[in-house]
Design a protein around this ligand. Structure first.
Ligand code: SF4
Length: 386
């Protein structure tokens, strides 16, 4: 693994910090300069020995690094690895991605979740073709203007691909920095300060390795539940370790219980033994994916009534609701759903895409060709087993 690089930025990013140093704990500020001078080499030396050998670290191709950064959002490395390899075989360049049909892109993403990431990758590839001659932009302002790229993703790509000194602040880094200064508020209430700290710590001569090292420290040693402080290169400087409060930090905000939605879902059969599926509108968590039609059960409504009503409102068809096929519970980040799945027989009406983008009758054997949300794959398995 190459861990050093002399390729420096031609366009150093402007200082985006809006917080002042007074916002950080005063004892930390007093010794900031001295701490930075020791924290940087300690982390870089640890990374040279212990850094993970990951495929996106063996390349300087901004496209491949961009793909890895997007896949790694909210997703663990071991989950991403097979997707990353497959994706680059299927879409090896920005051009290949930009020219692909959106359904192929969503199918390649199937199972990774947060499908807006795939839709945004596709749109951003088309923007790069239109506005940047097919080359991923090397300036912060142009990178962050692309769909799906926020401040920390831009920092991750620009530092890894171009060795630019642009800071990062993903979930792991927030935890490490919060512990380093024993932050007594939830990180979400101190983002300006944490960004400032990430920028102050970043060395201008090794930004790529430092950012990667910071991510590795959070992922491998400074983990949420079992920080391995005795192995940590920042142990002596870490305020949380010195105060023995590692497990209390980062502080969390009290969260309201997740809302729970009851959904009625119809597996609608026609006389030819085909099944009706529809493609969701582009917006939202699962936009652009295919699904079995249905919707939310209203208060006082039976599942059967809900399915009849939803299919009439959304597809203009009449169905006879039959037996329950299965019940599926699934938890998303912000809500839980229970899918009450019933067999239905189509009795009248040509299906219309009233509240979806497209509707199709398909054979059971064709179902796997379409990108579906994860919860729906259990329905497909159940149908195939009939
Ligand atoms: S000493 Fe412990 S809590 Fe502090 S940064 Fe290292 S692993 Fe995290």
């Amino acid at each position: 693994m190459t861990k050093s690089d002399s390729h420096q930025t031609k366009n150093p990013p402007r200082d985006r910090s809006v917080a002042s140093l007074e916002a950080l704990p005063s004892d930390f500020v007093e010794s900031l300069s001295g701490r930075v001078a020791s924290l940087q080499p300690a982390l870089l030396a640890w990374y040279a020995q212990q850094g993970r050998d990951l495929p996106w670290r063996r390349t300087r191709d901004p496209y491949a690094i961009w793909i890895s950064e997007i896949m790694l959002q909210q997703t663990q490395v071991k989950t991403v690895l097979p997707y990353y390899d497959r994706w680059l075989r299927q879409f090896p360049t920005v051009t290949a991605l930009a020219q692909a049909d959106q359904q192929r892109v969503l199918k390649a993403w199937e199972g990774l979740g947060y499908y807006a990431r795939a839709r945004n990758l596709h749109r951003a590839a088309q923007a790069i073709m239109a506005d940047h001659a097919g080359e991923f932009p090397s300036t912060f302002d142009a990178a962050i203007a692309l769909p799906g790229i926020g401040r920390t993703t831009a920092g991750g790509i620009l530092s890894a691909a171009f060795n630019q000194p642009v800071a990062i602040l993903d979930g792991n880094v927030k935890r490490v920095l919060a512990r380093l200064i024993a932050l007594r508020t939830p990180p979400s209430k101190a983002l300006d300060q944490l960004w400032l700290l990430s920028e102050r710590l970043l060395p201008t001569d090794h930004p790529r390795d430092f950012n990667q090292a910071l991510m590795d420290l959070g992922a491998t040693l400074c983990t949420r539940h079992r920080p391995a402080c005795l192995l940590c290169p920042w142990q002596s400087a870490c305020a949380a370790y010195n105060q023995n409060v590692q497990l209390e930090i980062p502080m969390t905000e009290a969260r309201a219980p997740l809302p729970h939605k009851q959904i009625g879902v119809g597996v609608v059969w026609n006389e030819q033994g085909q099944i009706l599926i529809d493609r969701r509108l582009q917006e939202g968590l699962l936009g652009g994916l295919w699904e079995f039609p249905g919707g939310k059960i209203e208060p006082g409504e039976t599942v059967e009534d809900c399915i009849r009503r939803e299919l009439q409102e959304e597809l203009a068809i009449e169905v006879e609701v039959g037996d329950r096929l299965m019940t599926i519970n699934h938890t998303y980040t912000h809500f839980k759903v229970t899918l009450n799945v019933f067999h239905c027989r189509h009795t009248a009406g040509e299906p219309q895409p009233i509240e979806c983008d497209e509707v199709r009758w398909v054979e059971v054997s064709e179902l796997e060709e379409f990108p579906f949300p994860k919860a729906n794959s259990q329905i497909i398995d159940a149908i195939k087993a009939l």
